[in-house]
Ligand binder design. Structure first.
Ligand code: DAH
Length: 336
């Protein structure tokens, strides 16, 4: 091949080279501008080119040299960047970002764990519930205000979004022979105005214990155990008489965990006591509704709101924060 043609061929080859060639930047440099490289050879040959053509051929070899230098300098900056970023094998690795559990899940799991240690099993029921399981079997008379359109999201004539997890007790009692010890966490819905203290969707945990000879003393002791496990050894409980259609007698449970941990005295109005759940002895009529012989068996039930307990545990001032999915809030609950 003529010298001119070879120079043109090399120039074409160089222009097509857009990334560092397979052998790396250094082998390219040796092949082109090394002691025995292409450029050296071309300049050697230039000596024997006739005088009238020397200028032209010389210029094309020069521009080839510039092209080679340009390539080498651009690749050496890539090499330098690579060796300081990705190729430093002593750099510590960056692990994948771990997510965190939702505070409601954390509290729910802790409560379920506390009760599972004394033999309670986990049970769940549907969020769209029929009238029987949400109301009728639990002794809500047809005219009871809880059935009112203002409290309940109805789906059709006979179905609604469950207003409490007490519906799961009915399902468990219908399908299980006593003894029964179960705990049922889940989402519930009420047609209520949304504010810092109440929401139209929240979570409850229901507890149920049915066996021969279960007494109110068992209920009290179980709840005291729970309060001490969850709120600490200093925690105490008190039961105030109350009314629920499905328990007789019924009570509301207040917990006391010492005023010194309370940063916001509005929560307990400075008394240290706060209501955390409803409870009672399962009404014999409810047992009968679920085909359990109330002459043989007795039992207790209780139900608590998870948000309320999570608000106490983490000093969360507004229930809406649990449902806004704001990462600044959620990422504070990292557990790993
Ligand atoms: N279901 C009640 C509510 O949503 C809470 C409750 C009270 C559950 C007393 C019970 C109970 O099991 O015995 O307000």
């Amino acid at each position: 091949m003529e010298l001119k043609e070879r120079i043109e061929a090399l120039e074409k080859e160089l222009k097509e080279l857009t990334k560092v060639p397979a052998g790396g930047g250094e082998s390219f440099r040796i092949a082109y501008s090394g002691k025995k490289g292409h450029l050296k050879g071309l300049y050697e040959e230039l000596k024997s080119v006739p005088n009238e053509m020397k200028k032209e051929v010389g210029q094309s070899i020069n521009s080839l040299r510039m092209l080679v230098e340009e390539k080498i300098s651009s690749w050496s900056t890539i090499d330098a960047a690579e060796s300081t970023s990705t190729k430093d094998l002593t750099r510590p690795g960056s692990g994948p970002e771990l997510g965190s559990l939702h505070p409601i899940t954390l509290v729910k799991e802790e409560i379920v764990d506390i009760f599972s240690r004394i033999g309670f099993t986990l049970s769940e029921g549907p969020e769209i519930e029929d009238d029987w399981h949400n109301f009728s079997a639990l002794n809500f008379p047809p005219e009871h205000p809880a059935r009112d359109m203002q409290d309940t999201f109805f789906v059709d004539e006979d179905h609604a979004l469950r207003t409490h997890t007490s519906s799961v007790q009915v399902r468990v009692m219908e399908g299980t022979k006593p003894p029964i010890r179960t705990i049922s966490p889940g989402r519930v819905f009420r047609n209520e105005a949304i504010s810092s203290r109440s929401h139209c969707m929240f979570h409850q945990i229901e507890g149920l214990y049915i066996d021969k000879g279960v007494s109110f003393a068992d209920l009290k002791q179980t709840l005291l155990y729970f309060a001490k496990e969850f709120f600490g050894e200093k925690a105490d409980i008190r039961l105030r008489p109350s009314y629920f259609p499905f328990t007789e007698p019924s009570a509301e449970v207040d917990v006391y965990w010492g005023l010194e941990t309370e940063t916001d005295h509005r929560i307990t109005k400075g008394t240290g006591w706060l209501e955390i759940m409803g409870c009672g002895m399962v009404d014999p009529q409810v047992l009968e509704n679920c085909n359990i012989d109330s002459g043989i068996y007795t039992g207790f039930a209780f139900g608590m709101g998870i948000e309320r307990i999570a608000m106490l545990r983490y000093q969360v001032p507004d229930i809406r924060m649990f449902f806004e999915n704001d990462m600044r809030f959620l990422s504070q609950f990292k557990t790993f």
